[in-house]
Design a protein around this ligand. Structure first.
Ligand SMILES: *Cc1c(COP(=O)(O)O)cnc(C)c1O
Length: 223
């Protein structure tokens, strides 16, 4: 267990520095239900996890008014663990996955909010559509028939580097893509409004480039 005051202090500090309209997601993937409860008691309600089974377990252990965000690589056979209650899936990286999530949406009789993950980082290991793949998928149009998902925006992870210029370039690319996609496919849909970009080390740059949701893990839970 960690120092409770530390977690509460960090949440307070972050809240005070984030511009209005930017949602803080506390990424709790390496942390216990107890630590999450500490953050909850400090007023935090949005939490992010990257493993579907862990998320399900924590959902069962913790208060019902937590908004759970799924931010990891999602395998089709794990959707069932989160489909009944997930607030937002950040990591849709194929049309096939979107179709599968839709199938669970039908089963659970709900509309599941999703973000399309964009691969912009230099690292090969990261998931997501390239900007071109994303455009092609949206142009193809069959996603419009999926009534039990709702595309709410984009998510991205910048390269894990100290090169600020590189990170800035990557976030700027996604900001531009977000505007293009909004204009071409979701112009009249207010619900398309989420840009999930920025983590502990790069969130101020992401915010300069239009991020509406920052995902912060170590910056809250690790002293
Ligand atoms: C772990 C993780 C984060 C949080 O990273 P920190 O550097 O600990 O803030 C954010 N986004 C994703 C997709 C992650 O997997």
């Amino acid at each position: 267990m960690k120092d409770n005051n530390y977690i509460a202090e960090r949440i307070k500090e972050l809240r005070a520095t984030l511009p209005a309209g930017v949602t803080l997601i506390a990424v709790s993937k390496y942390h216990t239900a107890e630590d999450i409860e500490t953050a909850y008691d400090a007023g935090q309600r949005d939490f992010g996890e990257s493993k579907a089974q862990d998320l399900k377990t924590k959902h069962q252990q913790l208060p019902d008014d937590i908004r759970w965000h799924f931010i990891g690589h999602l395998q089709s056979n794990k959707i069932k663990y989160i489909a009944p209650f997930i607030h937002l899936i950040h990591s849709i990286d194929s049309l096939r996955l979107l179709q599968e999530v839709n199938r669970y949406g039908i089963k659970e009789n709900r509309r599941i909010a999703c973000l399309l993950q964009i691969h912009i980082a230099a690292e090969e290991t990261k998931f997501g559509f390239t900007p071109l793949e994303c455009m092609t998928m949206l142009e193809e149009g069959s996603w419009r028939d999926l009534y039990n998902i709702e595309i709410r925006g984009l998510m991205c992870m910048a390269s894990n580097t100290d090169d600020r210029e590189q990170i800035t370039k990557e976030f700027a690319t996604v900001e531009k893509l977000f505007k293009e996609i909004k204009e071409r496919f979701f112009k009249n849909e207010e619900s398309f409004s989420v840009l999930s970009a920025g983590m502990s080390d790069d969130y101020p740059i992401a915010i300069e480039h239009g991020s509406t949701h920052v995902r912060i893990g170590s910056g809250i839970f690790v002293e």
